[in-house]
Design a protein around this ligand. Sequence first.
Ligand code: DX5
Length: 219
Amino acid sequence: MTQGRIVPSVLNANLARLGEDVTRLCEGGADAIQWDVMDGHFVPNLTFGAEVIKQCRDLTTIPYEAHLMITDGERWVEDYVKAGCETVIVHPEAIVHLHRCLEEIRRMGAKAGVALNPATPLEVIRHVMGSIDHLLVMTVNPGFGGQAYIQEMEGKVAEARAMIDATGRDIALEVDGGVTKDTIAGALKAGADHFVVGSALFRHPDGPAAAIAECRAAM
Ligand code: DX5
């Protein structure tokens, strides 16, 4: 069985009992937690900010990653590093100075991540591969959980894998959106090694631990 990393998204958690759900995910075998930060502007949804993440930081020792689906994200990256996120992921579609932003995240001691919407070509990151520690290929259009996996993105994942391998560096290649026990094998075969899973965990009748185990077994 291949050891891909399962990264639950808390977007579809019970936000009235968020701390309990984060704890359940960690006890259920999560390798990291993804916090989907949305501002209702870059994406048509509004979620939580750095303070919520900070207050949940002490629930677990596993890594937190902040996926900033927000306009002008470079202004806010420091807040998410200070909230305890080991990785901060920004969208070049919403960042004016991507190279500077990535270097700033690293200067603050976190891993620098880039997320690409389905329509955004890998060409956008060709000249900043040396500043990237984590690449997130969206397999849905960002904003909501429970959407269908866009299988066409597997070709992009394969191209991203080739770009990463050419650097000789250990850059995480993550997919996010519609990842379930039925789609994870295709993403793995395409070259991904980190898998964000959201609604599939919370809608499983036996809870997140069973869903995580099924995803691992499917890889
Ligand atoms: C979209 C979000 C979702 C979430 C995962 O903006 O980023 O992809 O993390 O949700 P599911 O697994 O339900 O697609």
